[in-house]
Ligand binder design. Structure first.
Ligand code: SAH
Ligand code: MG
Length: 213
């Protein structure tokens, strides 16, 4: 990957609509790039696509290493994105049914970055897709719903699919309750306690783990 192509995608990522701080996105990119260089042509999946911001950071690394990223979301937002909550964005409401729909924005984000042959949208509920998804994954990024049941469901469904030597990344890990919700922190702790994963990098609320058994 040329430096200009990398900078092009990372600049678009920085400007994209979403909640990933740029420093954490760059860490996501660097970590995924290192993984893809270690295991080229690998298959990655993110739970929680929103408008495609994290998919650009991961997608830049995937393109550079001939890997592919599945970007999974039902595209109707999490609880905290709904009207009356902290992260509501009225411009994302579909007038047809009054529900959030981030799919058109996601699609535009991926197209503008010319990543359509690297980032593949999976539109559906995480638990349903996971039940029918049997391909081993070299990288899983968990950034979907942050409620207790949804986050634990994502962890239980997707972390077993990570191959030995592969990466499990978790976003919005806040050790201190005043900084944010508990569930991502709990699943991060559970992964470490299991002895199956070790921590290899962190930046802000992003944690990168590697499967060791
Ligand atoms: N990773 C994105 C942000 C994701 S926000 C970024 O950094 O740019 C969390 C997303 O998870 C929302 O878009 C929401 O629709 C999705 N989500 C929540 N629960 C889900 C579920 N059960 N199945 C699929 N997607 C879900
Ligand atoms: Mg997040």
């Amino acid at each position: 990957m040329s430096v200009s192509r990398r900078d092009e995608v990372l600049t678009l990522a920085e400007r994209a609509k979403g909640f990933m701080p740029h420093n954490e996105g760059l860490a996501l990119f660097s970590f995924a790039l290192e993984l893809g260089e270690r295991i080229p042509s690998s298959t990655w999946l993110e739970v929680g696509a929103w408008c495609g911001k994290s998919a650009l950071y991961l997608g830049a690394a995937a393109e550079a290493t001939q890997s592919v990223l599945y970007s999974l979301d039902h595209h109707h937002g999490s609880d905290e994105n709904q009207e009356g909550w902290e992260h509501f964005d009225a411009t994302l409401v579909d007038p047809r049914d009054g529900r959030l729909n981030t799919l058109p924005t996601w699609q535009g984000t991926i197209a503008d970055a010319r990543l359509e042959e690297t980032v593949i949208g999976l539109v559906g509920h995480s638990a349903v897709v996971a039940r029918h998804f049997h391909q081993p994954l070299e990288l899983v990024f968990i950034d979907g719903g942050h409620g207790h049941d949804v986050a634990w469901g994502d962890f239980r469904a997707w972390s077993p699919k990570v191959v030995s030597g592969g990466a499990l990344l978790v976003h919005d890990v806040f050790p201190h309750p005043e900084d944010g919700g508990r569930a991502p922190y709990e699943i991060y702790l559970k992964a470490l306690e299991s002895g199956e994963f070790v921590e290899v990098a962190s930046e802000g609320s992003l944690r990168a783990l590697r499967r060791v058994r």
